[in-house]
Design a binder for this molecule. Structure first.
Ligand code: ZN
Length: 358
């Protein structure tokens, strides 16, 4: 295994033999190791589960989320789970007239109390079908389609609150021999839901005081929103390579013309950061970068400027692109007339304005 890797590393041709090897930490932009970037990798390393990710929700108590984690993983000490661990005892559900074996699906989904409580909330919303397992029940809530962000939150929050209160109802019966009425449990669930909603959406003060009224008001809220995807995309290395080549061409031209105190300006922020040592340089550009750094003693400053802000450079770039060849001007009078006009305006301090058709 080691031999294979050594062979692969030895095949890589060194860009510059006179430069010492440097260690590069690939996950960070600068190439330097940082604890923050290592932490990000460790956080994103594992596979994520859609089912388990539903259990964590802003506003929902961590105590309830951890309870749901155990519930969905069938790790609650109900009798059928204890039997599997060899702990034997009477198994008798709390909810049915003729008690049957206590299991997670029975307590939280198919038992009489569970069915009545789920039914109380589902009847108002509509569109639910019978479920034979708890996971099926939870998923049927979490996958309900809506574009109303308040309803989306409600559909994620309510199942956890129902399960939490069913668990408290069961424990009250098992340990205190007290069976709480279903209506009281439904009222407790609605109370929790309303409190969390008001805390999460503090602008909402006129929510209904009973479940049907509350749901009607939440469903009527303006939940439709526009979504704009904003993402950073990695700059294409060939573009940076072209920018670096162009910069080197300019530097050589300046030396040939007798200039030695240079101010380099580029519209590529990535290139500027690479030269300044703030960003990691791609391997394929190392050779060109080393060539540029050799003459860094003659460079006074390296800065970034948007192309639109430097009208003169912008127009010259367009002239070059249109002609398809390399054009070199040795005096002001050689420049195209429009470019000479840009130079004059620039000298007068006139701002460069660009008109954009909407
Ligand atoms: Zn039962």
């Amino acid at each position: 295994m080691l031999g294979k890797w050594v062979g692969r590393i030895m095949e890589v041709v060194a860009i510059s033999l006179d430069q010492a090897n440097t260690m590069v930490w690939a996950p960070s932009i600068s190439g330097a190791f940082s604890l923050a970037s290592a932490y990000r990798i460790s956080q994103e390393g594992g596979n994520s589960s859609w089912l388990y990710s539903r259990l964590w929700l802003p506003g929902l108590s961590l105590k309830v989320s951890f309870f749901m984690l155990r519930l969905v993983g069938f790790r609650l000490p109900v009798m059928d789970r204890l039997h599997k661990l060899g702990i034997l005892g009477p198994s008798r559900c709390f909810c049915c007239l003729y008690p049957c074996q206590e299991s997670i699906d029975h307590i939280f989904c198919t038992g009489v109390a569970a069915k009545r409580i789920w039914g109380y909330f589902e009847e108002v919303i509509g569109g639910f079908w019978d479920s034979s397992t708890l996971r099926h029940k939870l998923v049927s809530w979490w996958l309900r389609p809506t574009r109303n962000r308040y309803l989306l939150y409600l559909f994620r929050l309510l199942p956890s609150l129902i399960c939490w209160n069913l668990w408290k109802m069961r424990n009250s019966f098992v340990f205190d021999d007290h069976l709480r009425p279903v209506a009281q449990v439904c009222a407790a669930i609605f109370g929790d839901l309303r409190d969390i909603f008001l805390l999460k959406f503090q602008g909402l003060s006129t929510l209904g005081h009973d479940w049907p009224g509350f749901y009607g008001m939440v469903a009527g809220l303006h939940g439709v929103s526009r979504t704009l995807v904003v993402r950073w995309s990695c700059p294409d290395p060939p573009v940076v390579k072209a920018e670096l080549k162009a910069l080197m061409f300019g530097v050589r031209l300046a030396f040939a013309s007798g200039y030695s105190n240079l101010h380099l300006e580029s519209d590529s922020l990535v290139l500027v950061q690479i030269i300044q040592g703030k960003a990691r340089c791609p391997w394929r550009l190392q050779g060109d970068l080393q060539d540029l750094l050799k003459v860094s003693g003659f460079v006074r400053k390296v800065s970034h400027c948007f192309r639109e802000a430097n009208k003169l450079a912008d127009r010259l770039a367009n002239v070059g692109a249109d002609s398809g060849q390399t054009l070199t001007y040795h005096s002001l009078s050689d420049l195209p007339s429009l470019v000479r006009g840009d130079v004059s305006l620039d000298q007068l301090g006139v701002p460069s304005l660009r008109r954009v058709r909407a």
